[in-house]
Structures are given as structure tokens and as C-alpha cells.
Unconditional design. Sequence first.
Length: 366
Amino acid sequence: MSQLCSESKGRALVKTVDVVIIGSGSLARGIVHALSQIATGSIRIAIIGRSAVKVSRMALIANARAASFGTSPIFFPLEIPQFNATAFSRAFRALKPKIILLAASLQSPWESSQDENLWTRLIADAGFGITLPLQLKFAAEVSHGAADSETAIINACYPDCVNVALHRLGFRTTCGIGNSAIVEALCRARRDIASDDVRVVGHHGHLGAWLKGRTAQSQPRVWVRGKEIKSKRLRPNLGPIGEELNSVTSSTATRVLMSLLLGETLHTSVPGVAGMPGGYPFIVKRGKFALHLPSGITAAEAIAHNKTGERLDGLDLGTGVKFLGKAQRSLARVGFEYAEGFDLAEWPSACEKLIALRDQLRLTKA
């Protein structure tokens, strides 16, 4: 039976591990459940959360799933009451993980499905890009906490934009998950595709309209066996999207995680690599990412396309963060101090102000 390691008590009952997963929400649970089915070796996985109850339950269920599947991963819970660089550094030094996967942020993308208030209305009107400071917080703390190691860092929290900002701030990340990988997975699942050679250039800003079958000014670009297919033809038309989409994200995340852990070659579309906006097709080999674009599109053209997705999210990421169009107008309307944007170095202040605004707006139902 797994034991709880509590940072607050200063004791380390968990030994060294292969993987650290940070978070106890639906995406973290999905990834943990997917890993419980992995039959490759005795992988040791620590689940870190701020609630001892939640991470203990996750580890208990994951170990029971592994026992049922006859697989050998072992899961350990670890409570860290405060998510900051100091606490993360202490945990990472003790656990010595090969991979850290962050699946926790200050803003869930699914909040509006659970509650409708003036804050969720603001996000719906302005675009998800306004939450960037909230997504940056834990990612920066994790990267800072792992600064003295070469551990791979996978960021699951808005990596299409967060990893760009972190890169420009000098923080280290390896890659993200989701978004372009979700498009690839849904395309590969189609019977009329019948190919593993699907490559996607796309951004979070392209994803929502594509999934729902809505017309948008810019869409993900998709190639099948080297030939570009109009992505509108491949849209799944999912309609309202909820947390069940995390079951796809968790599957794509597990592929990336296991490739990095075992050094195996993987062909995949993935966001958040090398400070580039959005996601691109890569070959991952021995933990290294090599861009694997199809013929007919250059790296500069792919980046330019993904910048259109960034703008659809209401952002322009340069030397600073600039809010655009509806995002800027909506933030100005509610009196946000950084409605026009902020220098990247100001992100902690922008985050603090946005938390205060969020907490205030959540008090009023929409």
C-alpha cells in the first residue's frame, strides 16, 4: 500500500521515482489512469497535489487499476500544501524524477461547465488567452524548482502560449501536450484516413471552432501521408465540449511521456517546443525533438500560421504580452489594470491582479 509523503511534515516516505505528475484534477487523473495500464517495466510515479486526501485517493485507485490490468506501475501520493519553487525544488531533489508533468493551474478550462458567473462570462467573451497569467504561475514555479536538474518538463497547462512566455523569460520546458495532438488523434481515428502518418500544424486558438464544426477564419492545417487535406473536411463536429475530452489528451500525453522515459522514437504533433507558438509535427528520439514538417511548408510559414491561432485567443506574444480586440476591450470594461498587456517581467503582478479580479467576478452569477 502506498504511503503519503507530506512536505509540510518535512518527511520523505516516497523513494526516488521515474515520473512526477503534479495535479489532482480530471486531466491529471486521466493521465494517471492511462499510465496504470502501461505494461512496460516497474515505473514509479509520484502524484503531487495540495490535498492529501485527493492524491491519496488517486494513488490508491491507480494502484488498484494496475493490479486489475496485471501491470507493474506503482503510484505514490505526495502532498505539497503550497505550490512554489522552494517546495517543488525540495520534492524534485528528493524524488529525482526523469520526467515532471504539470497538470495543475490557477484556472481550469472547464470552469464554465460547472458554474456560470461573471468570470466565466468574461472568458467566454474575451477568449481563453486572458487567463495566460494564471496558467503561467505554477509552470514558472515548477521550472524554477527544477532549474538545477536536466529533468524533462511537460506542461499541460495552455502550453501553446505558456511555453512561449516561459522560453522568453528564460524558464526551461521540454514540451506541452494536447491541442495539436488532439487534432491528430481525432483525424487518425477516422476510417477514411486509415494512416498513422498524420501531421498537424495548429494552435489552441484554432481548436475550439474546429472541434465544434464551426466556421472560423483560421483552422488547424492537417497533412495525411504528406498531402494536405482541408481540415474543415476532417472536423469531428463534437458540439459542446466538456472534460471528457481530457481522455484524448491523457492518451496523447502518455505516448509522449513514455517516449521520453524510454527513449523510444515517436512521431507526433505536439505543442510548446522550443518557444514556438502552438503545435507542430515532430520526431521524438532519445528525448530530443526534431521538427518533421511535410514538404510544402517551411518552419517560418508554420509559425506564422500558428500566430493566427494566438491572435484568435486574443494574444500577441512578443517581448511582452499584448491583449487584442475583444480581449482588450473586455478586460478594460471590468477595470483590469493590464487590459492592454504587460511586459513579460511583470507577469507576477499581472497574475496577482487577475486573481483578485477573478475572485471578485466569481461572486456574481451570470
